[in-house]
Design a protein around this ligand. Structure first.
Ligand code: NAP
Length: 256
């Protein structure tokens, strides 16, 4: 079971998909994990059971990262429970409810996606970073889950692309600002990962993968992303900050 000496990770959107895989992989490394989710309590409970089975403590906290009051409560409850945060993983994110051409994008969809994918992580990072500084946590780390959509154009989900381009700059900004405190900031940039998020476009990507769009010809799995987070959590990149790790089957390579 748990040890109070375990380090503490706060993983947003950890109930399902990539976030759950990150939570479980960290638990296997003896990290205690705050499993944040927004609406799916049953999935969060399943994630908690997996974290506990992996030998660490898992605490579930419902909070909408897009909401300032929820963010403050998430951090306060985390600190009440564990007293510190050694690792923040900004993973929670959404696709637009509907894929719509940018000539038709609504302000409501733009605001919803930006609030969840960019404004939320930005201000959560601000809150958590202040605590990391205050608590003088040497070796603290922040990992942002970006996307190949930060540079690859999909005009039928422009608001998502813009949000992830913003996450890329957010990584740069916080890496710059926090390095004097020994807090390193990283972005993991997944390609196409098999989760609920991509289930609606499964047939499209099955075809593209079979035709060779990715040099590594398979779907990415949540565990592929989790392994990159574990490398950072293990302090495998001590002389890097602001670094982007592509977990995309080589999609970002320019090819002729
Ligand atoms: P997913 O399977 O849809 O899971 C999303 C998780 O985030 C769920 O646990 C969900 O909570 C939570 N969440 C959503 N909005 C939230 C909010 N406002 N506050 C708190 N939690 C919230 O998604 P995924 O595929 O694992 O994606 C995770 C991250 O990776 C996202 O940032 C996504 O943009 C990024 N990404 C994914 C892919 C991909 O191909 N899948 C590629 C590149 C980047 P509930 O369970 O309660 O709904």
């Amino acid at each position: 079971m748990s040890s109070t000496k375990n380090r503490i990770a706060l993983v947003t959107g950890a109930a399902r998909g990539i976030g759950r895989a990150i939570a479980v992989a960290l638990a296997r490394e003896r990290w205690n994990v705050i499993i944040n989710y927004r609406g799916n309590a049953q999935a969060a409970e399943e994630a908690r059971a997996q974290v506990q089975a992996a030998g660490a403590r898992g605490i579930v906290i419902q909070a909408d990262v897009a909401n300032a009051t929820d963010r403050a409560r998430l951090v306060a409850q985390t600190l009440e429970t564990f007293g510190r945060i050694d690792l923040l993983v900004n993973n929670a994110g959404i696709a637009p409810r509907q894929r719509v051409d940018i000539l038709e994008t609504t302000e409501a969809s733009y605001d919803e996606v930006m609030a969840t994918n960019l404004r939320g992580p930005f201000f959560l990072t601000q809150l958590v970073a202040r605590k990391m500084i205050e608590h003088k946590i040497g070796g603290a780390k922040i990992v942002n889950i970006g996307s190949l959509s930060s540079y690859a154009s999909s005009p039928n989900r422009g608001e998502y692309c813009i949000s992830k381009a913003g996450v890329a700059m957010m990584t740069t900004l916080f890496a710059d600002r926090l390095s004097e405190y020994g807090i390193h900031v990283y972005e993991i940039r997944p390609g196409v990962i098999e989760t609920d998020l991509t289930s609606v476009v499964k047939a499209k990507y099955d075809k593209m993968i079979a035709e060779g769009i990715f040099p590594i010809r398979r779907w990415g799995q949540p565990e592929d992303v989790a392994r990159a987070v574990v490398a950072i959590a293990r302090d495998a990149l001590p002389y890097s900050t602001g670094e982007v790790i592509n977990v995309d089957g080589g999609f970002h390579l320019r090819r002729l």
